[in-house]
Design a binder for this molecule. Structure first.
Ligand code: UD1
Ligand code: UDP
Length: 399
């Protein structure tokens, strides 16, 4: 029997984390799926550490990370590199996850070759193309080209339907970030003793975990975030602040300039994924502008203050576990202080169910891929007739 040829691509830390469960599900079905993994290498150290932790197979690495490159340079190189991978691997479908430059380029590359795109984590929207920038546009490009939209929540699916996606192409699958988290947290809790030794300076004290990397926060926003952390560290000398600093130079410079040398602020390199999961689990609360962290924290019942003006993940905000505080010193300090001093306010931010998934998203996504009827032509025939192949693919989308 011909196997479904799947080209799965990712380039950054969060994509690798969220793709890992899908890779594992494809590997379990190796009798039905022939998997090719192409990483763009948009990230390097931060990607490699995830690839290693989950033991992900990499068939091709485009090695595109150049320190501080522009979005245009990165987009151009991703597009040509992924196009070559599509030509060489002749996939029946391309799978991309999320909203990075890698995803936007994968969507276009698949579209130009008329290969169906599976978009994982589809349908997130803020409605503002500049927040998050450029991610809001990246994910809209993916939605315009996708043949199968894997929406993490009903709200995300509704966004897609409102924009005109065909209902039979939109499925609510949950977010694979929860699959990865549940597997990892169970594993790392078993290694608690060694993590406690590693972070011995925490003792039994409370800890606030901090991350930041959003482009729209570069400059003034990030300076405000740092001033807020400095003020909180002074106000709460008995609380430890752990801040794994993203490798983007626009983040590293202000964070180290404004926060170095404080005894209860611990600036460290990006944490490996298992380390970060253990830190989230150990934390009292989390200050972040990350998308993935907003989705993970509810599973650990950790309150999150999101240092952004808007979020494309409103479900946990509505559920009470996540609160938007902007990149605003006064609000960050005020709301963090409240959660550190008022037990009732803290408890109100702990939610019992994670609205982003139950740990079975990857299984659903891979089953959906297999049901699409995309294995219609031999790769050789398809390569000879890309137009006919697209028609065949499209006619089977609703299977
Ligand atoms: C990217 C994504 C963002 C995602 C984030 C996850 C885009 C436009 N942005 O942002 O959506 O939320 O990843 O972290 O796709 N660097 C290193 N080593 C690494 C990674 C980054 O040195 O392993 C430095 C390099 O100087 C690199 C810079 O960070 O040029 C920026 O990396 P880039 O992928 O362009 O943007 P991020 O800010 O990481
Ligand atoms: N993460 C990590 N180490 C860190 C910070 C975050 O492994 O030092 C993980 C986190 O658990 C989540 C993902 O990286 O799964 C989020 O990535 P990031 O915040 O860089 O990107 P975003 O989700 O905002 O796109």
């Amino acid at each position: 029997m011909d196997r479904l040829r799947v080209l799965l691509t990712f380039g950054t830390r969060p994509e690798a984390i969220k793709m890992a469960p899908i890779v594992h599900e494809c590997q379990k079905r190796s009798a039905r799926i022939e998997l090719f993994v192409c990483v763009t290498g948009q990230h390097r150290q931060m990607l490699d550490s995830v690839v290693q932790y989950f033991g992900l197979p990499v068939d091709r690495d485009l090695e595109l990370m150049v320190p501080d490159q522009t979005l245009a340079e990165l987009s151009a190189h991703c597009l040509t590199g992924l196009d070559a991978a599509i030509v060489d691997y002749r996939p029946d479908c391309v799978v991309a996850q999320g909203d990075t430059t890698t995803v936007m380029a994968a969507s276009l590359a698949a579209f130009y070759r008329r290969v169906p795109l599976v978009h994982v984590e589809a349908g997130l929207r803020t409605g503002d193309v500049y927040a998050p920038w450029p991610e809001e546009v990246n994910r809209r490009v993916a939605s315009m080209t996708a043949a199968l939209h894997c929406a993490p929540t009903p709200w995300a699916a509704e966004n897609l339907l409102r924009e005109g996606a065909s209902p039979e192409t939109v499925h609510v699958t949950g977010n694979t970030v929860v699959d990865a988290l549940l597997w990892t947290v169970a594993r790392e809790r078993r290694r608690g003793a060694s993590w406690r030794r590693r972070f011995h300076y925490l003792g039994s004290r409370r800890m606030v975990l901090v991350t930041s990397h959003r482009r729209e926060n570069f400059g003034d926003g990030l300076e405000q975030i740092c001033r807020a952390v400095a003020r909180l560290a002074e106000r709460f000398p008995e609380v430890e602040f752990v801040y794994p600093v993203h490798l983007n130079p626009h983040v590293r410079e202000p964070v180290h300039r404004l926060l170095s040398g404080r005894s209860n602020v611990h600036l460290c390199p990006p944490a490996s994924y298992p380390e970060f999961v253990w830190l989230m689990d150990r934390s009292t609360l989390i200050l972040t502008d990350s998308g993935g962290v907003q989705e993970e924290a509810p599973s650990l019942r950790k309150p999150v203050l999101v240092m952004r003006e808007t979020t494309e993940r409103p479900e946990a905000v509505e559920g009470g576990g996540v609160e938007l505080v902007g990149a605003d010193v006064r609000k960050i300090v005020g709301r963090t202080s409240l959660l550190l001093t008022d037990a009732a306010a803290y408890a109100a931010h702990q939610i019992d169910a994670n609205p982003y998934g139950d740990g079975s998203a990857a299984q659903w996504i891979v089953e959906l891929m297999l049901r699409q009827g995309w294995r219609q032509q031999s790769p050789a025939a398809a390569a000879r007739s890309p137009r006919k192949r697209a028609a065949s693919v499209l006619s089977h989308r609703g299977d």
